[in-house]
Design a protein. Structure first.
Length: 145
């Protein structure tokens, strides 16, 4: 019995099926001789590649934004502020501008560092090795999937 709410969702009852012809026992095969081991095939190629140190843009973006927030804190504390507004609201307003401009400046610095790293890139020869395993011989007998 299942917990199906609807009779249409109930599983069909299983009825045993009797074979119409007698089933012959499986023939036993003689054990096959093991095949000689095949060695893997190794191929090597030499390629000319360019190696350079590229900057990580998200790091420059985040560090620039943090620097912009710190600069906005310093600028906000150096100048007098309106008594009607609080220090926190003034700092919050200027920190949004510092965050934006700091992130933009950090991105520009990352682009400049990337251009410099392209000029300092070096070409080297790299060896690429590839090892192909041999195909395994087919298995004799029944294999369960």
């Amino acid at each position: 019995m299942t917990n199906a709410p609807d009779p249409s969702q109930q599983p069909d009852p299983v009825q045993p099926v009797e074979p119409s012809e007698p089933v012959a026992p499986a023939e036993t095969a003689a054990p096959a001789e093991p095949a000689a081991p095949v060695e893997p095939v190794e191929t090597a190629s030499h390629d000319e590649v360019t190696v350079r140190r590229a900057p990580k843009y998200p790091v420059f973006l985040i560090m620039g934004a943090l620097a912009g927030v710190i600069v906005s804190l310093i600028v906000t504390s150096l100048f007098p502020f309106d008594q009607g507004q609080g220090v926190a609201s003034t700092y919050g307003y200027f920190s949004l501008w510092g965050l934006t401009f700091g992130g933009a400046i950090g991105s520009l610095v990352a682009i400049i560092v990337d251009r410099v790293s392209v000029k300092r890139a070096k070409s080297v020869t790299a060896e690429r090795s590839r090892v192909d395993a041999p195909d395994e011989p087919p298995l004799e007998g029944d294999v369960e999937a």
